[in-house]
Design a protein around this ligand. Structure first.
Ligand SMILES: [Zn+2]
Length: 156
């Protein structure tokens, strides 16, 4: 049976309410961080010197595409992908929580991607490993796709 394995532990989770990015927020100045940060790095915040002032936060799923690029050729190792290589889009997404993150954009039509469009967080396959398991990572897809299709999603 195919299992879903996170490409990196601790960066995202598939919670009952949906996929989320696991980050943190400064309890003093509310600056959000992804991945989690043990201290606040905001130059005007002095909470970084005080332990336990960072709170765990689950970010997502709603965001807005800021910009994107298409990876037309295979990235060098250690990047892994399914053969044959298929170009994919990578975007910068502004999350509703005030955080800008990078992520793949799950779409089969790059021409429809444009800055300002709503996107939503998903967890989907990055590649299938040698044992037949799906190695998954966080990605985004155009929000209008929500509920209408389950693009690229494999059942475990
Ligand atoms: Zn702070």
């Amino acid at each position: 049976m195919t299992q879903r394995i996170p490409v990196i532990e601790g960066l995202f989770a598939e919670l009952p309410e949906g996929p989320r990015l696991l980050g943190s927020r400064c309890a003093h100045c509310a600056t959000p961080y992804f991945p989690r940060s043990p201290v606040c790095h905001h130059p005007d915040c002095d909470a970084g010197r005080i332990e336990n002032r960072m709170e765990d936060v689950a970010f997502g799923p709603s965001g807005v595409l800021y910009s994107h690029a298409v990876q037309n050729y295979p990235p060098p190792p250690p990047a892994k992908f399914d053969e044959p290589y298929q170009p994919y889009a990578v975007g910068m997404i502004d999350l509703a929580e005030g955080l800008r993150v990078l992520g793949r954009i799950a779409t089969d039509d790059f021409s429809k991607l444009q800055g300002g469009m709503p996107v939503e967080l998903i967890v989907d396959r990055l590649y299938r490993d040698g044992d037949g398991n799906d190695v998954v990572t966080w990605q985004f897809r155009p929000a209008e796709a929500a509920g209408h299709r389950n693009q690229g999603r494999r059942k475990p």
